[in-house]
Write a protein that binds this ligand. Structure first.
Ligand SMILES: [Zn+2]
Length: 163
């Protein structure tokens, strides 16, 4: 499940063009499988222009929710990642100046948006193709993930035109 979670973040990074270095799952065995993981993301506040900047941080929030959304969409199980939730709230308040009392309302549509990512065949196929590789290797580079994403995208285009 950690592998799905981290690949969910990675898929959203590729979708929104957020830079990341690699994805890692830690091999701590629990009764539920491998626990823990991380994604090496470069989330920077260097985007010029107020409108672009706002869209960028919204995308980052969707990307944060994408980890849990991937698990929800592909395992029919809601885990709820507390760290991601905290980070999303922090961004809403500090970067987008959303008042504390409105944060929940503000975040809800972004959470839904993260879920819609995992209805895209290329995203689902990418995670399917990388899942066991990530579990086995423990780590995947940006390049490996990007290539799998591209291949999955090409596959889904081919399938659509086969009819
Ligand atoms: Zn996460």
């Amino acid at each position: 499940m950690s592998a799905t979670h981290e690949l969910g973040h990675a898929a959203a990074c590729l979708h929104y063009r957020i830079r990341f270095k690699d994805v890692e799952v830690r091999r701590i065995k629990t009764p539920f499988g491998i626990a823990g993981g991380r994604i090496g993301c470069w989330v920077k506040d260097s985007v010029i222009g107020l409108h672009v900047r706002e869209r960028y941080w919204r995308n980052v929030i969707v990307m944060l929710f994408a980890g849990d959304a991937a698990v929800q969409a592909l395992w029919f199980h809601t885990g709820g990642a507390t760290q991601d939730e905290k980070d999303a709230r922090k961004i809403a308040i500090r970067r987008l100046n959303i008042p504390q009392t409105q944060v929940d309302c503000f975040l809800e549509p972004l959470r839904q948006k993260a879920l819609t990512l995992f209805r895209k065949p290329e995203v689902v196929n990418m995670i399917d193709s990388l899942y066991s590789v990530l579990v086995e290797k423990g780590k995947l580079s940006h390049r490996e993930i990007r290539m799998a994403y591209r291949n999955a995208k090409l596959d889904s285009i081919v399938k659509e035109t086969e009819f």
